[in-house]
Design a protein around this ligand. Structure first.
Ligand SMILES: [Zn+2]
Length: 374
């Protein structure tokens, strides 16, 4: 079980990283940019690379260095995994200070920024200086959906590693290797379209599979204004409930930690802590908002795949349906509407996603969407 086994269907990426680790001429550099579609494994690749650099065997997967690097407890592997909407200049400066330190265990000082696309402009500036004059044993690993999501000055000084959407066969192999029954793995790999985390959730969590069915049942329910508003309200309240369930334990742990610090300080320091508690609550509110948006984005993903299937039937294309289990409903919609209308509906989903990105209230964006889909 080497660290590379986790990189499903990414042969060329594994080759590149292994060459860098083995120290081949010009194969190593101080800044790397990992890009790829959601679920392709950008942060998994960065983490494997970090482990490979710390491991005496280049990523055996079983030694202390590999295990701690991947668990996030290795002293020379720093992982920035933000739940917040942005990574600010103060956070980047902390990293830059750490990057300047010699590695504790003598190999590499590695820093992984999982959402480099969320760096503020000032944050990116602070990072740029560190990348331009890197410490000898320091390696930066930035992850982002595409190279365009990272400011050009940082991008141009980083070596680009592009992950691809893994094939369905590769995802099936991964899931069956993890003990999922073959037909279940086949189904999950197909409907998740190469998103590994999503495939794993669908294959192993009944509530994830149920939620997908609920979303795909929406189009058939949109028979008038009332049902459209009801569908929008359902999508938003479900996303909020899911986001709250996911963030509440994190919120509580963070507040307890800060309260413990507050309890041991007194006077002036304690007054400063009250401000910190307020800052924390603001950050937590932003995180909740982001979780809600992520959940709603996955609803849009499901609806897109549904109408893509409708279009496949309407165009009599040879491609198979992604959502085979919804075949009857998809064929009925296909027969009672036109391909032009379907394209209009897919456009409406794109428009909804754009509205959400520009901070339109989710409820409004989804109401407009459901009316367009009806
Ligand atoms: Zn190892």
């Amino acid at each position: 079980m080497s660290v590379w086994d986790a990189l499903v269907g990414q042969g060329p990426v594994v080759d590149t990283l292994q060459r860098a680790i083995s120290g081949q001429a010009h194969a190593m550099t101080h800044a790397w940019l990992f890009t790829g579609p959601a679920g392709s494994g950008r942060s998994v690749a960065a983490s494997a690379f970090a482990a490979g650099l710390q491991c005496a065997q280049g990523g055996c997967g079983v030694c202390q260095a590999c295990l701690t690097a991947r668990a996030g407890t290795h002293p020379d592997v720093t992982v920035v995994r933000t739940e917040q909407l942005s990574i600010g200049v103060d956070e980047v400066r902390d990293l830059v200070r750490r990057a300047a330190m010699s590695p504790t265990l003598g190999r590499w000082q590695t820093l992984i920024i999982e959402d480099a696309d969320r760096m503020t402009e000032r944050g990116a500036d602070a990072l740029l200086k560190a990348i331009e004059e890197p410490a000898d044993r320091t390696v930066w690993m930035l992850c982002a959906p595409t190279a365009d999501d990272v400011v050009v000055t940082v991008r141009s000084r980083s070596r680009h590693v592009g992950l691809v959407t893994p094939s369905q066969a590769a995802v099936v192999q991964l899931l069956t290797g993890e003990g999922v029954a073959p037909d279940q793995a086949e189904f999950a790999a197909r409907v998740s379209q190469g998103h590994i985390g999503r495939a794993r959730a669908l294959a192993t969590k009944p509530e994830a599979a149920q939620r997908r069915r609920d979303i795909l049942a929406l189009p058939a329910q949109l028979t008038g204004l009332g049902p459209c508003l009801k569908a929008a309200a359902w999508a938003v309240t479900t996303a909020q409930a899911e986001a709250q369930a996911a963030t509440a334990p994190l919120d509580a742990a963070e507040q307890d930690k800060l309260a413990a610090v507050l309890a041991t300080s007194s006077g002036k320091a304690a007054r400063g802590m009250a401000g910190q508690m307020k800052d924390l609550e603001e950050q937590q509110a932003l995180r909740l908002k982001r979780f809600v948006r992520d959940r709603l984005d996955s609803v849009l993903g499901e609806l897109t795949s549904y109408y893509r299937d409708v279009l496949v039937v309407q165009m009599s294309a040879q491609a198979g349906l992604v959502n085979q289990d919804c075949g009857p409903s998809i064929r009925e919609v296909a027969q009672t509407t036109t391909a032009e209308a379907t394209i209009g509906r897919i456009d409406a989903i794109v428009e909804c996603r754009r509205a959400m990105m520009s901070n339109v209230a989710p409820q409004l964006a989804f109401e407009a969407l459901m009316v367009s889909l009806a």
